[in-house]
Design a protein. Sequence first.
Lengths: 336, 324
Amino acid sequence: MARKITYQQAINEALDQEMTRDPSVIVMGEDVAGGAGSPGEDDAWGGVLGVTKGLYAKHPGRVMDTPISESGYIGAAVGAACNGLRPVAELMFIDFMGVCFDQIFNQAAKFRYMFGGKAKTPVVIRAMYGAGFRAAAQHSQCLYNMFTHVPGLKVVVPSNPYDAKGLLIQSIRDNDPVIFLEHKALYTMEGDVPAESYIVPFGEAAVVQEGDDVTIVAIGRMVNYAKEAAANLRKKGIQCEIIDPRTTSPLDTDTILESVERTGRLVVVDESSPRCSMASDISGFIAQEAFGALKAPIQMVTAPHVPVPFAASLEDLYIPSPARIEEAVMKVKEYR
Amino acid sequence: MTSPLNREALLQAYRTMRIIRDFEERVHVDFATGEIPGFVHLYAGEEASATGICMHLNRKDYIASTHRGHGHCIAKGVDPVSMMAEIWGKATGTCKGKGGSMHIADLEVGMLGANGIVGGGGPLICGTALASKIRGENNVGVCFFGDGASNQGTIFEAMNLASVWKLPVIFVAENNGYAEATSSNFSVAVDNIADRASAFGMPGVIVDGFDFFAVYEAAGEAIKRAREGHGPTLLEVKLSRYYGHFEGDQQTYRAPGEVQKLRETKDCLMQFAKRVTSRGELSAADIEAIDAEVKAMIDASVVKAKADPLPAPSELMTDVYVSY
């Protein structure tokens, strides 16, 4: 039975259902309960934004506050995954990968290959990403591209509550290390979500809406901006096809390729900075595989190559907007 | 003090140390010919540490190791023949030739991997221990690391986390005096690495790493403590490596004659053999029989490794993901 819940509730529900189903699932992170060792409430915060609230009481001993010690506990989650658990470790802000990246990309990601296929590391690392909260340069980045670059990792970027739940359940059941990225601005987004457990498979893009004029590939929050832009463009008689890859690793290149071969026009929308981004990656792939089908140069709508600024006037400029997506679509549509 | 080990255990201890020594001496010789690819870091000289500690462990206890990991692997029960093939980069190796010397792992026997990242193992072993604790088992995790890694933040974080969560972990600082070419007298800000234990709320114990029996006894206490749920211990094993940081290192940073003197006066195998034979616990013939058997095994492992096939090109793309 579907009912409307938020992206945040969908994530909480996925964790709760998987912890109920499988006793090997544990949740750990800084303040995922909040209150460990303190005189007040045990589940004081339930995550810094309350995403894990309530799990502590429902699953005794399996929701663990950690010290602010990302290398320590992210690595511990990886080690626990090697020894039979399915840990979901919360990194809070993805920007904090800087203090624990070794445990992710040199350890978790490489075990299976380095050890000749004998290891599996079913760990999920959840983190918030994205700009729009005046949180400035160290709490606002996207960085999914950096994880996508690493063989051995899977990278999940849900754009709505339905996908958030189904993809998180798949992430927990998956036998490889998964980076699960939650856009802060989407936590309050409501959508239809079935109450029962379900999975959304990895590597299967969603065709958010169909259209024959221009293909828009958008990541995470940008999917919703692309929908706004497409609604305006429809009034001008331009039909956009919007593709949400949902996972950047594995990436459903088939769906993107099929669409571009039909429309001949591609706009890629990516909230991260442009160099070595998902935008450049998808553009490069299409340039190689569908050169003959292209009727116009590919357009990338990304943030500029600068750190995320603090001031409202600058951050608003930084984030790709529906207006910029519209401009890019017009540019590819009107080319020749 | 009378040895607490019976004859069978003494034979096992000597045999393990002898396998490690001969394995490493042989890799040293073969590396010099240029036939072994990559980077190799030898454990010769440190055998009493891995052996004295791992003799207390079972297959469900995990160890995390270092770039100098051959000795830990052997002591934990990884097959030396497949290890030799791995070091030679062959398809028959422990990791199908995909890991090499710095990444030998065998989770079946609780060996979580040698590790090319200095200090990489500390957080990981907290995780294996946490899994064991959550399941209500009494298995422990042992994190081997060197004096170099003792200065890494990962080790500090792991020691704090292990104490905070009261995990069954033994942190084993194998202080061989040199982090690459830099002396631990310079790089470690305290007199002993074990002195840092109090900062993380755990006991710190210093032990002579040339003395198998001293290591065995100290490790036994720390591991018992962990199994009984009393939390982690930091064990500093003071020892020395006989070869360079990596093969090819001329060790010009060491004092002239330093290694030769250690070999002649303190060598762990020599001390072990002298002690058990002088006490009549093992005979000279027992020792000689092991020496001969191990030498033949190591020789055969090299013959096999040389003859074994390289990984097939199709192996390049496999084993990245469980499913993708």
